[in-house]
Design a protein around this ligand. Structure first.
Ligand SMILES: Nc1ncnc2c1ncn2[C@@H]1O[C@H](COP(=O)(O)OP(=O)(O)O)[C@@H](O)[C@H]1O
Ligand SMILES: O=C(O)C1=C[C@@H](OP(=O)(O)O)[C@@H](O)[C@H](O)C1
Ligand SMILES: [Mg+2]
Length: 287
């Protein structure tokens, strides 16, 4: 049975006003909590003159990309999908802040709806099936809203009905190599992720083997997303041999880039022209 999802959503939405938008450039919890990721400070170069940190470029690029993508989104929601640890919650917060959209983490909404403090407890006291029912209910409620960035749980992709909801907006798959996922999970522990929780063993090895199994079970489910953001691709474009060099901001920028390309590619090429068929934005909205 689903418990009070609508109410939880209403009270959650009330907490997202302009105050939350005070800074567009926040990192996620594992990246220094609410510290700005791109402080506009200068440092001395070896030659003595001042140069700006690289992160300023990154912050400006993020801002510029978000302004472009706002037009193409036209109020539609962004749904982030991907395996546990792929960065949906972290990257989603950054994207929402810079877009001026509200951010929702579907795991948190399920916790609120059920009235339990953690997903782990919901799995333990009820069951995974109970969690999944509530997850679908939350996604259904969110699908009627606009201007949201939603970080879904890693398993949301397995239910077709969830895709029906997510297809009302734009879905983005954060595709992260299993090895990087396992390293991230091993670092923060598995207590909050019941499907990975193991009583003993080396945390990296255990996480890697469970994640591999889940990835196999889920098959192509993530590939249903409108766009795929591959960390390996970003790393190779940036000349890194390791995805661990990529910041959540890098990933947010690439996500905006891919969303923009997707919308442009899927915009009806209307030969009638703006004057008779409505504005470009109106036609994009009909996608
Ligand atoms: N680009 C990144 N590089 C390294 N660690 C990251 C990155 N993005 C997120 N993390 C860390 O990985 C862990 C999982 O991130 P999270 O956003 O919770 O993933 P998800 O919501 O997809 O499960 C967190 O500890 C987070 O700080
Ligand atoms: O992959 C999964 O099945 C799950 C992922 C988790 O969310 P994150 O992907 O945010 O860790 C959470 O929904 C639950 O523990 C199940
Ligand atoms: Mg998450």
């Amino acid at each position: 049975m689903e418990a009070g999802v609508g109410l939880a959503l209403q009270s959650r939405a009330a907490g997202f006003g302009s105050a939350r938008r005070r800074s567009a450039l926040y990192g996620g919890e594992g990246w220094g909590g609410s510290k700005p990721v791109a402080p506009l400070r200068a440092k001395k170069s070896s030659g003595g003159h001042e140069t700006l940190y690289n992160s300023v470029d990154e912050a400006l690029l993020l801002k510029r990309k978000s302004e472009e993508v706002l037009f193409y989104l036209n109020g539609r929601c962004i749904y982030l999908v991907g395996m546990m640890g792929s960065g949906k919650s972290t990257v989603g917060k950054i994207m929402s802040e810079v877009l001026g959209y509200s951010f929702f983490d579907s795991d948190k909404l399920v916790e609120q709806a059920v009235g339990m403090p953690s997903v782990a407890q919901i799995f333990k006291v009820h069951s995974e099936a109970f969690f999944r029912d509530n997850e679908s209910s939350v996604l259904g409620d969110l699908s009627s809203m606009r201007r949201l960035v939603v970080a879904t749980g890693g398993g949301a992709v397995i239910r077709p009905v969830n895709w029906k909801y997510m297809k009302k907006g734009l879905s983005v798959w954060l595709d992260v190599p299993l090895d990087a996922l396992a390293r991230r999970i091993a670092k923060v522990g598995t207590a909050s992720r019941p499907l990975l929780d193991q009583p003993s063993g080396d945390p990296y090895t255990m996480a890697f083997s469970k994640l591999s199994m889940l990835a196999e079970q889920r098959g192509d489910a993530y590939a249903n997303a409108d766009v795929r953001v591959s960390l390996e691709e970003i790393a190779s474009k940036q000349g890194h041999d390791d995805v661990s060099k990529l910041t959540p901001t890098d990933i947010a920028i690439e996500s905006f880039h891919k969303i923009e390309n997707f919308v442009i590619e899927h915009t009806v090429n209307d030969p009638v022209g703006d004057s008779q068929a409505g504005s470009h934005a109106e036609r994009i909205q009909t996608l």
